[in-house]
Design a protein around this ligand. Structure first.
Ligand code: ARG
Length: 565
């Protein structure tokens, strides 16, 4: 139920009648009532009439029966207080999640690590944010296609294949070691360098032995990525790997079609597109290189082929790219060229869902203690280790209010809490900003953190478990904190609508934190199990609905909700 929308709907008619034209009632949550409309203030200025008189006329005319009571306040606000019976009636139903009016085929490009390289922290952001977006789109009823645009092609593969053929050691646990060894030889051994270059030609020419070796590289890397995905609890599967190499056969067509449309020009020996509106600092148009001067195709050509495929073959209605902010211009140019080529219709949305960097405590790019880039798998191990101390150890703070761990649950809980803490830290900050990776903060059991929300959820579950034969029953709102919690619960649906529009997952995180806080406040003031039967049943319903909402909300973020911690 979207109270804001219902109120706006009922007020709109009254505003139109009073003003003589359409007016957005601008209904918002208010500290002075449940909701308020401030639209009469501006309308008064526009019409040169008293805002209070206008507000009174609107309040008088609006049919709010069964929904709310309106009252004029201050200089011309309409304060709106929701009918208790309406709120109470909603509480005994499961949370309502919005569904898209028109389901679409949505292609989401995310994760996209590179073969023969360990996943790194920017891949973590893409994976975590992309997966949350995918979960949300599925929930809304869309047909979601996950596109894991694996970096599995290009000149470095000459060197990598050559190194593997020479007996280089490849294990899924040390892709970086393999890459660095190949690189070191390439930089120091001229004969190896020469062979590596020939190997690129053989690879592009479709030589069988070369391709077989390249496939081994890809397979071992994919196994490593799948391992990380499983530990992260993301919904990507093997079937979602659609690497850059997938588009090889299309690249010549891409050039042909662009050329036929007159969109290509030779510049420094390379075939380039110059989409309108992209100029460098010197005012010169910036090229998007489609075919390099050596005849090879690069990152941009593959992305153009991918747009063409996703729309033309997969039948996409909407394209999303969850990729770091530095690639903004790249995507804008790719979209512009794809539109000019007619592959991306003008009215079809293609969006770069951009994100910032993860920083270390020093405010610079996150690095390991030895100064190298941080490996994602090590980060996950560390998170679970730290979370085990939190969930298993003698955390006195926690023992007061939570049932202790049974040993079987312990490791599962530590995994959910550790991994959840990392994911939540990422998803709870505005994706466009950088954020500082801070173990203590993300694992704190108070504040806007994963563990805090998981504990709030476990607390609701434990109350329900302890209720024994007592069942959730009809809701009667008497205490202010019951009412505040109930109103917060009803804000789930509009929050999801907002998140669906903006793809700003931190708004969902912020909502869940507010809900958990409202629940804490309620629980402090309103005993549940010790209350008289009717009150107990009513409060159990509030607990139940809170449990469900926290579970569904965290699930959309890809965060687990163990029954106990
Ligand atoms: N593999 C790239 C990287 O590691 C990301 C690819 C993003 N997706 C795309 N369609 N270009 O930075």
């Amino acid at each position: 139920m979207n109270l804001e929308a219902l109120l706006a709907d009922r007020l709109a008619g009254a505003f139109a009648a009073v003003a003589g034209h359409e007016v957005d009632p601008a209904v918002r949550r208010s500290p002075h009532a449940d909701f308020a409309s401030g639209a009469a203030l501006q309308l008064g200025r526009d019409l040169g009439r008293s805002p209070r008189d206008l507000a009174a006329a609107v309040a008088e005319r609006a049919d709010l029966a069964g929904l709310a009571v309106a009252e004029v306040a201050g200089p011309g606000f309409i304060n709106l207080t929701i009918d208790d019976a309406l709120i109470a009636g909603e509480m005994v139903r499961p949370p309502e999640l919005p569904r898209a009016a028109k389901p679409q085929t949505v292609v989401i490009d995310y994760s996209a690590p590179n073969v023969a390289k360990e996943m790194q922290v920017h891949h973590l952001r893409s994976t975590v944010i992309g997966d949350a977006v995918a979960r949300l789109m599925v929930q809304l009823g869309h047909d979601v296609r996950r596109a894991n645009h694996l970096g599995d092609w290009g000149t470095p593969f000459g060197m990598l294949v050559e190194h593997l053929l020479d007996g280089g050691e490849l294990s899924m646990d040390d892709l970086t070691g393999f890459y660095q060894a190949a690189r070191a030889r390439f930089d120091s051994d001229d004969d190896f360098k020469r062979r590596a270059r020939l190997r690129v030609v053989a690879l592009q020419g479709g030589d069988e032995e070369t391709l077989a070796t390249w496939r081994r590289l890809v397979e071992v890397s994919e196994r490593h990525f799948m391992d990380v995905y499983e530990r992260l609890g993301v919904t990507l599967t093997e079937a979602d790997f659609v690497g850059e190499s997938f588009y090889n056969d299309d690249l010549h067509r891409v050039v042909e079609e662009l050329d036929a449309k007159g969109l290509l020009r030779v510049s420094d020996g390379a075939l380039c597109a110059f989409p309108e509106g992209f100029t460098g600092r010197d005012g010169e148009p910036v090229p998007l290189i489609v075919r390099k001067s050596d005849g090879g195709f690069g990152y941009a050509a593959t992305d153009l082929a991918a747009v063409r495929h996703r729309v033309g073959v997969l039948g996409a209605d909407r394209l999303l790219y969850v990729v770091g902010a530095p690639q903004r211009t790249h995507f804008q140019m790719v979209f512009a060229v794809a539109r000019a080529a007619g592959w991306l219709p003008d009215d079809m949305p293609a969006e770069h869902v951009a994100f910032g960097s993860i920083l270390g405590a020093d405010g610079k790019m996150l690095k390991s203690r030895s100064g190298e880039t941080v490996r994602l798998s090590e980060l996950l191990d560390e998170a679970v280790r730290r979370a085990a101390r939190l969930t298993g150890g003698p955390a006195r703070e926690k023992e007061r209010s939570f049932p202790s761990l049974t040993s079987g649950d312990a490791s599962a809980a530590a995994r959910a809490v550790g991994v959840g803490a990392i994911k939540y830290a990422d998803l709870s900050s505005d994706r466009r900003s950088d954020y500082i990776f801070d173990w203590d903060r993300m694992l704190a059991i108070t504040g806007n953190t994963g563990p805090y929300l998981q504990m709030a959820h476990a607390r609701t579950r434990s109350i329900l478990a302890k209720a024994g034969d007592a069942r959730p029953g009809p809701v009667v709102l008497t205490e202010p904190r019951e009412r505040a919690l109930a109103l917060e619960l009803l804000a789930f649906e509009p929050t999801l609508e907002l998140v669906a529009d903006t793809l700003e997952m931190h708004r969902l995180a912020g909502y869940l934190f507010g809900l958990a806080s409202a629940f804490s406040a309620f629980f402090e003031a309103c005993p549940v199990l010790r209350a008289d039967p009717a009150v107990r049943e009513s409060r159990l319903s509030l607990c139940q609905r809170t449990a469900e909402t926290l579970r569904q909300g965290l699930d959309l973020l890809g965060i687990g909700t163990p029954e106990r911690l």
